[in-house]
Design a protein around this ligand. Structure first.
Ligand SMILES: C[S@@+](CC[C@H](N)C(=O)[O-])C[C@H]1O[C@@H](n2cnc3c(N)ncnc32)[C@H](O)[C@@H]1O
Length: 280
């Protein structure tokens, strides 16, 4: 577990969670999963919510994670083996086309997978058919619960996103235009959008809440390393492969920018997340 990020007030940096792990655990806590439940984790990634789910359901329950990215799956599979879990599985499967029967799971949690593929959050409307939410509804039992987490605001990422776009010569998508997948660095969603997505898929009792948390890193180098670790590695490598000099320039520019976020004991950023829940 990372020793870089911590909850703010006086938390020890040694046992700290990184921000994915923190919000993954929050999603599981808010979903109120009980012992013995059958849980589907959609886009399980490296397991920010998957492992807390496995702990929550206990030996009488089971957790199945699905993931498209083989690299992330390998990491999660390694952790399942290391922790000798016999109630958790990770499968290579597309959320839009799941190989499960109808009415299989009690819960389906979906952490930061993003709905931009079919929904324009700026215009507040669908741009394509939402096969993913429909599939989630299909595989949930009647009365089953869906939980989605989604970025509402990230101080540091919004600022870094603009910089990365500039170094990769990515154009900002025009107003109302969706970024292509290869162009996407960071996409924000909205309460209204998530509500439309869940209700269009037939979920009822929709509840959406927003939580903000502050994260801390000791200095600029630890912040930079953390960004690599939590998924910015590929963007950094792309810039480096284009021109090593411009990568070094980016780092200098980022470090100058970090001055705005510096406080007495290190660097602090706040991040806000939307949690959306609905019942089948
Ligand atoms: C931002 S990561 C979040 C991972 C994890 N849920 C978490 O909160 O840390 C989103 C993950 O969703 C996966 N993903 C995206 N679209 C998917 C799809 N259609 N089916 C399955 N996984 C998908 C991606 O490969 C990626 O690992």
């Amino acid at each position: 577990m990372g020793d870089i990020w911590s909850r703010p007030a006086g938390a020890s940096t040694n046992n700290a969670l990184d921000y994915w792990e923190y919000f993954g655990q929050r999603l599981v806590e808010l979903a109120d999963i009980g012992q013995g439940a059958d849980v589907l984790d959609v886009g399980a990634g490296q397991g920010s919510s998957f492992f807390p789910e496995a702990k929550k359901v206990g030996p009488g329950g089971k957790v199945v994670g699905i993931e498209l990215c083989r690299h992330c799956m390998g990491i999660t599979f390694g952790k399942i083996k290391n922790q000798k879990l016999d109630n958790a599985w990770i499968l290579n499967m597309d959320a839009g086309y799941m190989g499960f029967g109808n009415d299989t799971f009690d819960f389906a949690l979906c952490g930061f997978v993003g709905w931009y593929y079919c929904f324009d959050f700026t215009a507040g409307r669908f741009t394509d058919e939402d096969i993913r939410a429909r599939e989630i509804a299909r595989v949930l039992k009647k009365g089953g619960k869906v939980g989605i987490s989604s970025w509402a605001r990230q101080d540091d990422i919004e600022w870094l996103d603009g910089m990365i776009r500039r170094y990769l010569n990515m154009d900002e998508p025009a107003e109302g235009e969706l970024p292509g997948n290869d162009q996407l660095v960071y996409s924000k969603e909205s309460k209204e959008g998530l509500e439309k997505i869940l209700s269009a898929a037939g979920f009822r009792g929709i509840e959406i809440l927003e939580e903000t948390e502050t994260f801390f890193s000791k200095n600029k180098e630890t912040w930079w390393e953390q960004m690599r670790r939590v998924g910015w590695h590929d963007h950094f490598e792309k810039i480096k492969s284009k021109d090593k000099g411009s990568f070094e320039k980016l780092k200098v520019e980022v470090f100058e920018g970090l001055e705005h976020f510096r406080e007495e004991d290190g660097i602090r950023f706040s991040k806000s997340v939307l949690f959306a829940f609905g019942t089948k």
